[in-house]
Design a protein around this ligand. Sequence first.
Ligand code: SF4
Length: 368
Amino acid sequence: MSRLKKTLSTDMSVLVRTEKRASRKNISLPNETSEKPAALLLHWFYQNGRQMPWRVIGGAHSNPYAVWISEIMLQQTTVKTVESYFLRWMKRFPDIQSLAAADLQEVLLYWQGLGYYTRARKIHECAQVLMRDYNGKLPPDRNLLLKLPGIGPYSASSICAFAFNQPETVVDGNVIRVIARLYGLTHAVTKEEIYEYAQKLTPPEQGADYASAIMDLGALVCTPQHPNCAVCPWQKICVASFKNLTEKIPLLHKPEKKIKNGYVYIIQNEEGNYYIEKRTKKGLLNGLYEFPWQDNDTHYPLFPADDWRILPQVVSHTFTHFHLTLKVVRLTLKTPDCPLKTGNFVALKAFKKYPFSTLMKKVAKLLK
Ligand code: SF4
């Protein structure tokens, strides 16, 4: 017992020195060695790491295409949700070639429900570039990956680490939390700052397993609430655990989301079909089908008609940067002619053939 106390007190005196250095922007490891924390973590990972359909533990043999698709799907979505989407996707588009040859509308249908549809469009575009310029393969080079459509710094690092076993530092929400606690960072941290700390811990080898391990530690042990420090491989070197600060760290800057209001228009023709159109406006939701809608506090009828009715129901959805609430406006046409010409009238039972955003799926639910 006294030996344990002595070890802990030695570790913590190192930590205090480390903290002082870190605060002077001279970042050091909690225990001043690069191998030990990584080795501790990897040891834990080989016993506790999560199995995932796209992950191969213990080597560099993960399928780069599977890693790429899973990484893009996992942005803003949980592993649990992504698994079923991923398996369905891989069954239909098992490789870059089949994805590149597919119709965009079908690709969007397979993405339907994951949100952020620009990602699906970029994946499709990227597959075509890979077929044209890279012999249908993802290049094992971060700089080349960054030139591809839809692959930003985070995805490029993830692909290099998980698919090519390179010593890349991957920083997601889990890693931010673990690193901020490990170093006892009580101020509002930025991703760039965490990257600097995390990079020092990344070992030169076993890039794939280490990147998976630190994410799994955040997901399974160093959880947002009530981290289970007792089973953590880094407990003896963790400042937050030692100082009882785990509930206060990390402190994140969260910009307040804007609140937007608007109207969505459900127009039914004499045959009982509904008017939908394909969104062509660049940006959010481009390429998906939708009922006409506007994010404006005032209701402007889409065309002159006597019986536009504002219904008591509203439909709400939260996007990355704002909350949107739409009041529902309904109209039944009394003539075969509709002044809106860019869309089509579609029977409710045929809606499944059209990719809708989650927001528009919520509107369609009101019709059932
Ligand atoms: S000891 Fe606790 S707070 Fe520190 S990294 Fe482990 S789980 Fe997180």
